[in-house]
Design a protein around this ligand. Structure first.
Ligand SMILES: Cc1cc2nc3c(=O)[nH]c(=O)nc-3n(C[C@H](O)[C@H](O)[C@H](O)COP(=O)(O)OP(=O)(O)OC[C@H]3O[C@@H](n4cnc5c(N)ncnc54)[C@H](O)[C@@H]3O)c2cc1C
Length: 298
């Protein structure tokens, strides 16, 4: 199908984007990489009067270390994250997750901010942001708002973003020496959306896991953490009996929905398999070497 007619604007400055949003409200849509929006226009699931293309807005681009956070501009593409030495050093969970997103052509155009704004429960970045206790930075003509990732997703494809707000960047805390990260997902073919995926992070001190975050992909109507299961492993040393207890907690905590290929029970089973794999990885993963951690920031 063909998209309905719309007006098109390509501002160069964030202030102009905000002014257009203020003027046109819900009649306008922001266009990032177009990797989701253009398909929804073509299917006529969305019929905005105006598309505001963000490609020329420099303020939304770039990856930088800002204090104790890595700041990811909203228009940073999945491929840029995948290739970035800064991400590999300071946010290794993102580097591990990036190759799982779709295929190269989509990763070259799709953006971090677009993925967060879309809020797909099957997408990688929302889960990583939950696992990393990340923050979404939104701007409107009234000013800036910082929204914790845990408060950002509010339902199926819905977020805390207001119609006059733009995501300008997202921030994740810099990985420290005791941080451990693991990411994996189960898919029918590489590049497909995950049947079930897990982004996990924790502190590991002398074999004890602390500040455990288990963020799931494809198991609910929105990106979500399994906090009851996190509590089971929190402050514990991993053992076969703890693993059994954690898997049991997960099976009763997750309420996945069946899809075309997988029943609820098979999704629960796959999630328990991933949990075992990733808790083991978190426990065994070695920290970045000292020389890596103290290498000059590019
Ligand atoms: C075949 C295919 C397979 C895919 N597989 C995966 C996958 O496995 N995993 C995955 O995570 N994704 C997948 N995607 C989606 C892809 O990752 C997109 O990049 C992502 O959904 C966002 O698209 P985009 O950045 O191009 O944003 P757009 O499509 O341009 O916009 C998406 C939405 O976000 C809004 N938006 C964009 N930028 C901002 C902003 N800065 N502030 C506020 N709102 C904004 C737009 O208005 C729109 O509503 C796939 C896409 C395709 C076509």
């Amino acid at each position: 199908m063909k998209a309905p007619a719309f007006s098109y604007a390509r501002p160069k400055h964030l202030a102009d984007v905000l002014a257009l949003l203020e003027k046109h409200g819900d009649e306008a849509r922001l266009l990032a990489g177009g990797q989701t929006l253009l398909a929804t226009l073509n299917m006529r699931l969305s019929e905005p009067a105006l598309l505001i293309d963000l490609q020329s807005v420099q303020e939304l681009k770039g990856l930088v270390v800002a204090g104790d956070c890595l700041r990811i501009g909203a228009m940073v593409t999945h491929s840029e994250i995948e290739a970035s030495p800064l991400v590999a050093r300071h946010a290794p969970l993102l580097a591990r997750a990036a190759p799982h997103i779709a295929h190269r052509a989509i990763r070259n155009l799709g953006t971090f901010g677009g993925s967060m704004a879309y809020g797909d429960p099957a997408a990688e970045w929302p889960a990583c942001m939950l696992a990393l206790d990340g923050t979404v930075i939104a701007r409107s003509s009234q000013g800036e708002r910082r929204i914790a990732a845990v408060d950002f997703f509010t339902g199926l494809y819905t977020t805390a973003l207001a119609v006059n707000e733009v995501i300008v960047a997202c921030e994740v805390p810099l990985a420290g020496a005791t941080h451990r990260f693991a990411f994996d997902e189960l898919v029918r073919r590489h590049g497909d959306y995950a049947v079930v995926g897990l982004a996990a992070s924790a502190q590991c001190n002398d074999g004890v896991l602390d500040q455990v975050r288990l963020a799931w992909i494809g198991v609910g109507s929105m990106p979500m953490r399994s906090t009851a299961t996190e509590r089971v492993v929190q402050g514990q040393r991993l053992s076969p009996s703890l693993m059994v207890e954690a898997q049991k907690a997960l099976r009763s905590e997750l309420q996945p929905e069946a899809d075309l290929t997988h029943s609820v029970e098979s999704k629960r089973h796959l999630a328990a398999v991933l949990l075992k794999r990733l808790l083991t990885t978190l426990h065994q993963a070695t920290p970045p070497s000292l020389s890596d951690r103290h290498a000059p920031v590019a």
